[in-house]
Each structure stands twice: as structure tokens, then as C-alpha cells.
Design a protein around this ligand. Structure first.
Ligand SMILES: Nc1ncnc2c1ncn2[C@@H]1O[C@H](COP(=O)(O)OP(=O)(O)OP(=O)(O)O)[C@@H](O)[C@H]1O
Ligand SMILES: [Mg+2]
Length: 239
């Protein structure tokens, strides 16, 4: 499906159209996120809410319509940031590559408009060289170490780029937990629990609650920062 000039124009004005053009209907919060312009965004979402899909669409939209933009995808491991990058490529291909690629690999995509999307490894030593970042995405942010977070934030200092952190909670620790509770920094917050996700059935939730126990269930499906019983986090992991 090649996009018509009219579809390109509509898409340029409304990032949520990526979903529609790919045959998906965005959930209301996905639509809000895609249309938002907030420079700092936290998505505290249950498992399988559709957070990676929504942010992948936003990452692609930034690369397509903000020329010469550098979009970085970071997670705790290269495999996880690579999964997010795959979703970016899936949208790009589903739209029939509306701006041609100069180079493309399993880790990065460079477009003829000068934009790049790069999937980063989860270790600090290999990520310091990037500057001029337009959008920095941190997926599974609750599992990303504080040191890595501190290493990437300065990349936004000069560029004034956006930062979007998305995660399901993982204990009362780490930068994502602290950012979620820090009301002095003007984060735009999205909170999406499983009951709001039309693709997750009440039957599935009942079964999960029975099998996993309330602490785990509240973390995975209720967006709650839980401390699993008997687990003591080492001081090195505390912020
Ligand atoms: N608006 C939507 N319409 C239809 N399917 C959707 C929509 N949003 C997401 N999905 C589908 O839901 C599934 C979960 O999406 P995704 O991987 O983005 O969720 P997630 O919140 O990142 O999950 P996880 O917690 O496992 O990382 C995928 O199969 C995705 O294609
Ligand atoms: Mg995900």
C-alpha cells in the first residue's frame, strides 16, 4: 500500500493515523500519546497494554516527519530494544516505506531525509557517542539501571529532545519508580491498568490473579510498585 500525497499530509498532521493506516484502532490513551507533544512522558502500563506498539509508532512518526532527527531506543538489553525496533520496522514496512531508507539493519534505520532510528545496547560504555537526540525512548524502564539512565539523559541537553519512559512497574526502586513519584518534575503521566485494555479479558485476569498471587498480579496488571515478600533489594540497586 503506497500512501497518497493526501494520506501523507494527514499522517504528518496526526501521528495516530499510523495505526489507522495499518488497520489498527488505537486505544484512547494510545491516541492521546501519539498526539501529545509533552517533552517528558512516563507510561506506567500493565503487561500487554500496547505501550511498545504505541511508542514504536511515535518513534517512526518522528523519524518520518522531523527531518534529520535522531531517535534512540534504549532498554535493559539489546534484545529488548531490538524488539521495539522491530515494531518500528513493521510499521515502516506496513506503510510501504513512505520515505526511502539509505541504510537498514536489525539495529538501525537511516532515511533519505537524514533521520535515524537506532536500537541501543543496554550497557553504558557503548552509548555515549550520540548527540542531537530528538527522541529518546526507554522501554521496560523499571528494569533499566540508574547508571544507564544517568548516562543517556545528557544526550537531550543541547537538542531539547523528548524523553519517553515506558514500563510495567518492577519494585519500589530505580529511576522509573522515583520519577513516577516525583511530582516536582513536570512529567506527563499515563497510567493504564489491565481493566482498561480491551484485548485483555476479565477471565484471563481472574485466572492470572488465582495463579500468580496478589502481589505479582498487582504489579503486572495493576501498575503497582510492589515489594515482593521476602525480597530485599541490595543497596546498590537503591537510588
Ligand atoms: N490498538 C491496538 N489494536 C490492536 N492490537 C494492539 C493494539 N495495541 C497493541 N496491540 C497488540 O497487543 C499486543 C501487545 O502489544 P505491545 O507488545 O505493544 O504491549 P506491551 O505493553 O509493550 O507489552 P509487554 O508488557 O509484554 O512489553 C501486540 O500483539 C500488539 O500488536
Ligand atoms: Mg513492550
Amino acid at each position: 500500500m503506497s500512501l497518497t500525497p493526501q494520506q501523507m499530509l494527514t499522517l504528518a498532521c496526526d501521528p495516530a493515523q499510523i495505526f489507522e493506516l495499518c488497520g489498527l484502532t488505537p486505544d484512547p490513551w494510545q491516541r492521546d500519546l501519539l498526539r501529545s507533544k509533552d517533552p517528558r512522558v512516563l507510561l506506567n502500563c500493565c503487561r500487554q497494554a500496547g505501550k511498545s506498539t504505541a511508542v514504536a509508532a511515535l518513534a517512526l512518526h518522528t523519524a518520518l516527519f522531523t527531518g534529520k532527527s535522531l531517535v534512540l531506543l534504549l532498554s535493559a538489553t539489546q534484545r529488548q530494544s531490538g524488539e521495539l525496533f522491530r515494531k518500528v520496522l513493521e510499521f515502516y514496512d506496513a506503510l510501504d516505506q513512505p520515505i526511502p531508507a539509505l541504510t537498514r539493519s536489525t539495529l538501525s534505520l537511516e532515511l533519505t531525509n537524514g533521520s535515524r532510528v537506532v536500537s541501543l545496547p543496554g550497557n553504558e560504555g557503548n552509548i555515549r557517542s550520540y548527540s542531537g537526540v530528538r527522541l529518546l525512548v526507554i522501554d521496560e524502564a523499571a528494569r533499566v539501571e540508574e547508571e544507564l539512565y544517568k548516562a543517556v539523559r545528557p544526550m537531550l541537553a543541547v537538542s531539547g529532545g523528548r524523553l519517553i519512559c515506558l514500563s510495567t512497574p518492577f519494585g519500589k526502586r530505580g529511576f522509573f519508580y522515583h520519577a513516577w513519584h516525583d511530582h516536582e518534575t513536570p512529567w506527563r503521566r499515563f497510567l493504564i491498568k489491565a481493566q482498561e485494555v480491551p484485548r485483555i479479558s476479565p477471565q484471563h485476569l481472574e485466572e492470572e490473579c488465582r495463579n500468580m498471587g496478589p502481589t505479582w498480579f498487582n504489579q503486572e496488571y495493576g501498575c503497582s510498585f510492589e515489594t515482593p515478600q521476602g525480597l530485599v533489594y541490595p543497596d546498590s540497586l537503591r537510588a
